[in-house]
Design a binder for this molecule. Structure first.
Ligand code: SAM
Length: 319
């Protein structure tokens, strides 16, 4: 099995996601696309293969290192605009570019391999580094600042809800005990502490995996970002435009699924409604959710939990 080089990122569901967006690239004079999570540019490069010289691709990432790498990779391409921004800010960025609507938007959620590989970023339980975990290290508080001050109950809830960690309570208790002696500063320190609480059944699965995931999602407000992004992205699409989301966490996938089925948009009422009174949905899900095939999972184990969902905008006046 080929191991990706450090600093590189193996793009997940690459062909599938781009193929699902292609029908949205109509015959307009100028087609405009957005890669909302540029990373190292795997999806962007694949999208660019389908764009003509007059078309445009906006690439966003909140991580300044990703933005520098994207500038380096695509800076020479006149079809590309790279911006450091959170994807929840998509409409403000589009406004600043005078783009009133776009044809296709893609978001490949979560963290990239370079973020995990670089010990200094503090995402990794395998490589000791400062306990940071911020995708944008200039914004918000670090994992260490939070873990050294948060209430035990809050820590336990984050580990349980975002990390789906069964041992959330004893881990949170141990963190609060430890920090009264020695403040938590290093990823190795936190991983070692978790290993004293969580029994290790599977030698291939690090007991810190779930806790690190939960803390990362919390520190970066990942679910709040997605919740704000979905309606903003949908509102930015032209009629017939498509939004593709690749998620890696069941809470994210549930949010996307519900939004695409427009559960949140439909009138929620106990009163009986006649069919004619139910407002038409301003978008529709395209096909079923898609997962990586066996070959991709074998080549890139990170793709095991990936789910791709796509929706198409059907009008331009709701949302
Ligand atoms: C899974 S990687 C994307 C990889 C990319 N598709 C590629 O092929 O290289 C996710 C990227 O999204 C960025 N990201 C995560 N949440 C974000 C947000 N709310 N706004 C903007 N960028 C975000 C991360 O910094 C990371 O670089």
């Amino acid at each position: 099995m080929k191991t990706p080089a450090p600093g590189s990122h193996v793009t997940v569901l690459l062909q599938e996601s781009v193929a699902m967006l292609l029908p949205a690239l109509g015959a307009g004079a100028v087609r405009r696309c957005v890669d909302a999570t540029g990373g190292r540019g795997g999806h962007s490069a694949a999208l660019l293969e389908h764009l003509q010289h007059q078309d445009m691709l906006l690439i966003l990432d909140r991580d300044p290192s990703a933005v520098a790498a994207l500038q380096e990779r695509f800076g020479h391409d006149e079809r590309v605009v790279v911006r450091q921004a959170r994807f929840s800010e998509i409409r403000a960025v589009l406004q600043s570019l005078d783009w009133d609507s776009v044809d296709a938007i893609l978001a490949d959620l979560g963290v990239s391999s370079p973020q995990l590989d670089e010990a200094e970023r503090g995402f990794s339980f395998l490589r000791d580094g400062p306990l940071d975990m911020r995708m944008d290290p200039d914004t918000g508080i670090s994992a260490a600042e939070w873990l050294n001050t948060a209430a035990e109950k809050e820590i336990s809830q984050v580990l349980k809800n975002y990390g789906e960690e069964r041992f959330a309570r004893p881990i949170a208790r141990k963190i609060v005990q430890e920090r009264t002696q020695t403040p938590l500063q290093r990823t190795g320190q936190l991983a070692a502490l978790i290993a004293t609480v969580v029994p290790r059944h599977d030698p291939g699965f690090n007991p810190a995996t779930r806790s690190f995931q939960g803390i990362r999602i919390f520190i970066n407000h990942e679910l709040e970002e997605l919740e704000q992004f979905l309606p903003e992205a949908m509102a930015a699409l032209r009629a017939g435009g498509r939004l593709a989301i690749i998620s890696f966490h069941s809470l994210e996938d549930r949010m996307v699924k519900r939004f695409f089925r427009a559960d949140s948009y439909r009138v929620s009422s106990d009163l009986p409604l006649r069919a004619a009174e139910i407002p038409p949905l301003p978008w529709r899900a395209i096909g079923k959710s898609l997962r990586a095939g066996a070959a991709e999972v074998q080549m890139n184990p990170r793709s095991r939990s990936a789910v791709l969902r796509v929706a198409e905008r059907s009008d331009r006046h709701a949302a």
